[in-house]
Design a protein around this ligand. Structure first.
Ligand code: AMP
Ligand code: GLY
Length: 425
C-alpha cells in the first residue's frame, strides 16, 4: 500500500516508525513530516492543516491509506474528503472529531448515556457564567468549548479565580471563537491517566493505559504544556479497572456516537481522573495522544497498518495486537522557556549516541528541522526520548541515560517522569 501520514510531530514520528515496519507498507509519504520521519518516509511540503492540498497530494501519489495524526484537519473534515476521493482514511469524520473539537457536544453526549464525568454547565453569556461561578463553593475548571491547542482549560481551586479566565475567553477572545461557548465543571481531584482505543464504530480495542505529565515543572508545578513525558502501563489501572472503563465509558460513548452520526473510525483518546468516586472522563480526543503515542508504539508488537486498515474496513474484531510486556517511558526534551517564548535554531547533538545505547531506546523528533545541514530545534517540544525496561524504574533510568547524551543550548526536561508510578508500585 501507499500510505500518507498527516502531521509532523513526535506522535507522527512514532507512527511513521511503526507504519514503515508493516508488511503492508510499500511506500510512505508524510505531510509535512520532520527530520525524524524522513528516515522512513518521503516528506512533502504540504501543511497538515491544508486539507485541500493533502487530498490533492493523496490523489497524485496514488495513496491507498491516509493516516491523520493531529485533531485540526479531522475537525475540518479531512477524513470525509479523503473517503469521498475513494481512499481509506484512519481518523474520524468531522462529526466524530466533534468529540474533541466541541467540548459542549462531548459533555452533552456523555450526559445522555450517563458516562461518569465532572458535573458541568455550559455558557455562551459572560455575565451568567460569572454569576454562576460566584455562586459555587467548590473549585471549578473553566474550559473553552472549541480547539485551543491544549491551552483552553483553567483549573480554579477557588471559584473567584475563574472570573479572569472567563473574561479572557468570552470577552477578550484569547482563543478566538473557541471561547464563544465555555464549560464550567466541578473541579475533580485524583490521579490522571489516558486510555486509547482503536474503534471501528462498533468494535473497541483498548490499548494499555498511559500517564501523561502536563505541567512544565517537576512535581507537576508551573503552567500546562502539550505533555512533558508519558509512560505505560499505569499501576493504578489494574485489569478490573480497565474492564470497568470499557464497560462504563467506552462502550456507551461509542454507541452514543453511532446513534448520533454513524461510525466513529480511528483512535479514541479518553483522559480520565481517578476520583474517590471512581474513574471520570476529563476529556475525549479524536486521535493518538502526544507524547502518549511514543511509549505506546515502543510497546506495540503487531502490524500497525493491519490494525488501521481493519478500523477502516470495520473488521477490528479480526485483529490481534500484541504488546511488549516491558514498560516504556518517554521523556520530552523541550526548548528552554517553553511553554512561553523560546529561542530556535540551536544545533542538537547526541541523538546517535543516545540511540547507540541499545535497541530499547528510540529518540522521536517533534520540533526539529535541518538548517544548513545541521539538526536544530524549531518547536517547544523538541524530542521524545523513549526507552523500554523490565520495570518502570528500569525504563525510566534508561530514558534518562539517553537524555544525558543529547544537548542543545537551553534544552530542558522534567527529571521526574514516571516517578509517581515508581512510588506507587
Ligand atoms: P484538558 O485540556 O481537557 O486535558 O485539560 C487539561 C488539564 O486540566 C487536565 O489534564 C486536568 O489536569 C485539568 N482538568 C480538566 N478538567 C478538570 C476538572 N474537571 N477538574 C480538575 N482538573 C481538570
Ligand atoms: N498529551 C495530551 C494530548 O495529546 O492531548
Amino acid at each position: 500500500m501507499n500510505i500518507l501520514l498527516v502531521g509532523g510531530g513526535g506522535r507522527e514520528h512514532a507512527l511513521a516508525w511503526k507504519i514503515s515496519q508493516s508488511k503492508l507498507c510499500d511506500k510512505l509519504y508524510a505531510a509535512p513530516g520532520n527530520p525524524g520521519i524522513a528516515q522512513y518516509a518521503t516528506c512533502e511540503d504540504v501543511k497538515d492543516n491544508d486539507n485541500a492540498a493533502v487530498v490533492e497530494l493523496a490523489k497524485r501519489r496514488k495513496i491507498d491509506l491516509v493516516v491523520v495524526g493531529p485533531e485540526e484537519p479531522l475537525a475540518m473534515g479531512l477524513a470525509d474528503e479523503v473517503r469521498k476521493a475513494g481512499i481509506l482514511c484512519f481518523g474520524p469524520s468531522a462529526a466524530g472529531a466533534r468529540i474533541e473539537a466541541d467540548k459542549a457536544y462531548a459533555k452533552h453526549l456523555m450526559q445522555t448515556v450517563a458516562v461518569p464525568t465532572a458535573e458541568a454547565r455550559i455558557f455562551t453569556d459572560l455575565e451568567s457564567a460569572k454569576k454562576y461561578v460566584l455562586s459555587r463553593d467548590h473549585g471549578v475548571a473553566v474550559k473553552a468549548a472549541g480547539l485551543a491547542k491544549g491551552k483552553g482549560v483553567v483549573v480554579c481551586p477557588e471559584p473567584y479565580q475563574a472570573i479572569k479566565p472567563l473574561e479572557e475567553m468570552m470577552d477578550k477572545k484569547v482563543f478566538g471563537h473557541a471561547g464563544d461557548t465555555v464549560i464550567i465543571e466541578e473541579m475533580l481531584t485524583g490521579q490522571e491517566a489516558t486510555v486509547l482505543a482503536f474503534v471501528d464504530g462498533v468494535n473497541i480495542f483498548p490499548m494499555p493505559p498511559l500517564q501523561d505529565h502536563k505541567p512544565i515543572g517537576d512535581g507537576d508545578t508551573g503552567p500546562n504544556t502539550g505533555g512533558m513525558g508519558a509512560y505505560s502501563p499505569v499501576p493504578i489501572i489494574d485489569r478490573p479497572t480497565m474492564d470497568r472503563i470499557e464497560r462504563e465509558i467506552l462502550v456507551p460513548i461509542v454507541d452514543a456516537m453511532k446513534r448520533d452520526f454513524g461510525r466513529y473510525e480511528g483512535v479514541l483518546y479518553t483522559g480520565l481522573m481517578f476520583t474517590p468516586a471512581g474513574p471520570k472522563v476529563i476529556e475525549f480526543n479524536c486521535r493518538f495522544g502526544d507524547p502518549e503515542c511514543q511509549p505506546l508504539m515502543m510497546r506495540f508488537k503487531g502490524d500497525l497498518v493491519e490494525a488501521m486498515v481493519a478500523v477502516c474496513k470495520h473488521q477490528l474484531d479480526k485483529v490481534n495486537v500484541e504488546w511488549d510486556s516491558r514498560p516504556a517511558v518517554c521523556v520530552v526534551m523541550s526548548s528552554g522557556g517553553y511553554p512561553g517564548d523560546y529561542k530556535k535554531g540551536h544545533e542538537i547533538t547526541g541523538i546517535d549516541q543516545a540511540e547507540a545505547l541499545g535497541d530499547d531506546i528510540k529518540v522521536f523528533h517533534a520540533g526539529t528541522a535541518m538548517m544548513n545541514g545541521k539538526l536544530v530545534n524549531t518547536g517547544g517540544r523538541v524530542l521524545g526520548v523513549t526507552a523500554l525496561g523490565e520495570t518502570i524504574a528500569a525504563a525510566q533510568k534508561r530514558a534518562y541515560q539517553a537524555v544525558e547524551k543529547i544537548r542543545w543550548t537551553g534544552c530542558y526536561c522534567r527529571k521526574d517522569i514516571a516517578a509517581k508510578a515508581i512510588k506507587s508500585s
